[in-house]
Design a protein around this ligand. Structure first.
Ligand SMILES: *Cc1c(COP(=O)(O)O)cnc(C)c1O
Length: 374
């Protein structure tokens, strides 16, 4: 293949351009504007959450969620270890202390057993847990009802990082609506994109208003610029929202296509010494990325696989390096329910090209090249 086959890239439908054109015609370019409102309404409806606030990244949405959870310097936050750094940077911005929680083997996401162990240790140390940030990687969902029960019992705010899970459902409930607060991302590599953006999902009007206030420089109601608190510039532009409005019309197609890509990898690689990421009965996954782990008898490491496939013009990527292994978080407590699952996943896993715009021929080529690894 001459063309490099990428992991995941923006997949436009044509409708986005029309939407952006309308924004131009009305001269609603930035900031805010009617497309932002329309996009927010589409998101709230899709995720079955009362309120959505469009912002300029998923990271910004997480920061607003942490502020709504009243996380302040020195407060204790528990978070998924197996995730992307952005899940936690917001807690760092707030000066929180973060303890890390391992994943379950069957969901790849936060283990209720490990979370319970973390809560117990916090109790023993007479520390109150302010918030728990739960990631939903690659569109997979943890055993969320168990996590919700644990957080309720301890009075901790559950923040659902659904950046990778828009379009997934858990027991029929949409991802983004499972926690006390949810966030989405529309970064360029996500299942739909606004060319950069994110959203906060919340249940109360007052929460949305507060988050909007912080996201717009914390400007008080006065004829001049009056400030009593520090704010941020987290607004989503009307142009980006117009792209999002177009992308929402094809979200279901994108989910169907990514699920078909996953199914095909699973079927056609069935005889290889590798295992596709798990699915549970509870979760309908958007299969944002098709990820896999090499079996013990693969006879090749994940990095040698990555390099061999790169030489064949195929982009793959290691699974997320767990946060408790990151130099940034050296020495922070980490809780597992038995041997660490996230360490094991990182040591043997790869994400495969999964873009909804990938052609059948391209996937055939990827499958052939993977088979040649063994
Ligand atoms: C992409 C992503 C984010 C952050 O989203 P941005 O829009 O890039 O800031 C947060 N968490 C996870 C798990 C992600 O994959």
């Amino acid at each position: 293949m001459n063309k490099k086959i990428l992991l995941s890239y923006p997949h436009m439908s044509g409708i986005e351009e029309e939407q952006v054109h309308r924004a131009f015609e009305s001269n609603w370019i930035a900031p805010l504007g009617p497309k932002v409102e329309e996009f927010e309404q589409l998101l709230a409806k899709r995720c079955v959450m009362p309120y959505a606030l469009g912002v300029n990244s998923g990271t910004a949405a997480l920061h607003l969620a942490l502020k709504l959870a009243c996380v302040e310097p020195g407060d204790l936050v528990l978070a998924s270890s197996f995730t992307f750094i952005a899940t936690l940077s917001s807690a760092m911005y707030q000066g929180a202390e973060i303890w890390f929680v391992d994943s379950d083997r069957d969901t790849w996401n936060m283990s209720p057993g490990a979370l319970s162990a973390a809560f117990q240790t916090a109790k023993g140390a007479k520390r109150k847990v302010k918030a728990v940030i739960v990631a939903e990687l690659y569109g997979l969902c943890p055993h969320m009802d168990e996590l919700i029960d644990l957080c309720r019992a301890e009075g901790a705010t559950l923040i659902e990082d659904a950046a990778e899970a828009l379009g997934s459902t858990y027991k029929g409930r949409p991802c983004g609506s499972l926690g006390d607060l949810g966030i989405l991302s529309f970064n360029g590599n996500k299942i739909i994109t606004t060319g950069g953006g994110g959203a906060l999902l919340c249940r109360e009007k007052a929460q949305r208003e507060k988050a909007f206030f912080w996201a717009t420089q914390a400007r008080e109601a006065a004829p001049w610029y009056e400030h009593t608190q520090v704010g941020y510039n987290y607004r989503l532009s009307n142009l980006n929202a117009a792209v999002g409005v177009g992308q929402m019309t094809v979200l279901d197609d994108r989910v169907a296509r990514r699920r078909a890509i996953y199914d095909r990898y699973k079927t056609e690689l069935a005889d290889c010494p590798l295992t596709l990421m798990p699915q549970t009965k509870e979760t309908f996954s958007n299969c944002w990325l098709s990820a896999m782990t090499l079996n013990d008898d693969a006879g090749i490491t994940f990095m040698d696989s990555l390099n061999t496939l790169a030489a064949a013009n195929i982009e793959t990527r290691p699974l997320w390096k767990p946060m408790h292994l990151q130099p940034l978080f050296k020495g922070q407590p980490y809780f597992s329910d038995g041997t660490s699952v996230s360490d094991d996943l990182f040591s043997r896993g790869l994400c495969l090209p999964s873009c909804s715009a990938m052609s059948d021929d391209e996937q055939t080529y990827v499958i052939e090249q993977i088979k040649k690894l063994f």
